[in-house]
Ligand binder design. Sequence first.
Ligand SMILES: [Fe+2]
Length: 317
Amino acid sequence: MAHLISGLHHLTSCVAGAQEDIDFFTKIIGQRMVKQTVLFDGTLPIYHLYYGNANAEPGSIMTTFPFKQAGIYGRKGSGQVKVTGYSVPTASLGFWVERFRQYNVPHDPIAERFGQKYLRFYHPAGLEFEMIGDDNDDRVPWSTDEVPAEVGVRGLHTITLSLRETFESERFMIEALGFRKTGQEGAYTRFEIGKGGAGCTIDFLHEPDVPAGSWTFGVGTVHHVAFAVRNDEEQAKVKAFLEGLGYTDVSESKDRNYFHSIYVRMPGGVLFEIATTDIGFATDEPADQLGKKLLLPPWFEHRREEIISALEPISVP
Ligand SMILES: [Fe+2]
């Protein structure tokens, strides 16, 4: 399957309030607001907010569900994504330390893993992020008055999973998805796919003493990480391949309006998604106007008034 999955597609987390999330990602981090829509599953009105780089391309997309409104809180732990890593130029890390000080964003000292400097910082909902220094990433960052392009986020870099045990999960990464094991450093194991590096890397963090975290949507936890394939045909091949290996809990393909998705829980408990890249975010609004207004999928349009009145009012850049 190595030739089908090209790298990361997006990452989806449950946050607390919608406005504080928008302010965090667009103002402090300087990402582009790519889409305002709602959770497609179930009947509860919950925003689904998308952020990305200048081209809103797969591999740069961070999405959030602000679940505080529904009063549902998650429990962090193993069997979950622990850290979402963004790709920035190495020389920008000093800028980011200063910026996090200025905006009172909790952060740790700059550290190093697999020869790359990184800066760990924390979202208002307690989610863990890293700015990972990488000078081999030519994706185009969004830029703002305060976050110019030379220091801007290029896209996702590495997603770190917390796992109680890793043997079956390692086999899943390599045999089922086509990743290569490329490094081992302390409790970390690195896997890369496709061209490798930024946007194509998963780190396992072996944490045998950390109890399992919750799996459902809940404030303060990452819900899933998505990998990219080109189209429905490739996605169907991945699904058939996974099922052939005995991973029989792969979902049917779901219409996410901007991509089609299948979901499978990997052996260590983390929810993985395989999403297509051939539709994109310019399907229901112009590419230069992304994220400026709330868009609903066709099957929710008849509930527009009810949904809007139930949601926290937000203002976007
Ligand atoms: Fe997703």
